[in-house]
Design a protein. Structure first.
Length: 170
């Protein structure tokens, strides 16, 4: 069963600025990719990658993996509706994978790629989130809510074994 552990980042003012700029630039790239996708009526990750990866990468200064994640975000958005061009909010959530985000659990810090370079940012979470976080696997979404940054980490919780009953009463 997949559950989400919400982790609050504790950035310095400079790191906060870098995170804001990163979300803005990543979502701006999504808008550019979306325009290309809609114009060419090309909606798969593979075709979008070949249509725009090198151009977006050279013009934006974003890392290779951020551009790949942006292409994936756009392709996923067009799975439901291909009739209108999709537009992304400048502060919309953005998915990070293991290539651009590393958790350092003992130090309670995260190493994350930003437009200002790789940053190490401390994080906090509640006891119930820590329990879920033990099973963190896969992507985490960088989200900004009311000026605060969070990572929503996908956690694959093992299913509890159902006890088989051999004898019945009644």
């Amino acid at each position: 069963m997949i559950k989400i552990a919400q982790i609050q980042l504790q950035p310095t003012p400079e790191q906060l600025h870098a995170l804001r700029r990163t979300l803005k630039e990543a979502n701006k790239a999504c808008d550019e990719i979306s325009a290309i996708a809609f114009e060419q009526q090309t909606f798969t990750r593979f075709n979008l990658h070949h249509s725009c990866y090198h151009d977006i990468r050279s013009r934006t200064g974003l890392s290779a993996q951020i551009v790949i994640r942006a292409i994936a975000k756009v392709a996923d958005s067009y799975k439901k509706d291909k009739e209108i061009k999709h537009v992304f909010k400048p502060s919309g959530a953005f998915a990070y994978d293991a290539r651009i985000l590393t958790y350092h659990r003992w130090e309670q810090t995260v190493s994350i790629w930003t437009v200002a370079g790789r940053l190490t940012i401390p994080y906090v979470m509640g006891a119930s989130q820590k329990e879920i976080f033990k099973y963190q696997k896969g992507e985490s979404d960088l989200c900004m809510v009311k000026g605060k940054f969070y990572l929503n980490a996908a956690c694959d919780i093992p299913e509890e074994k159902v006890m088989e009953i051999s004898d019945m009463i009644g």
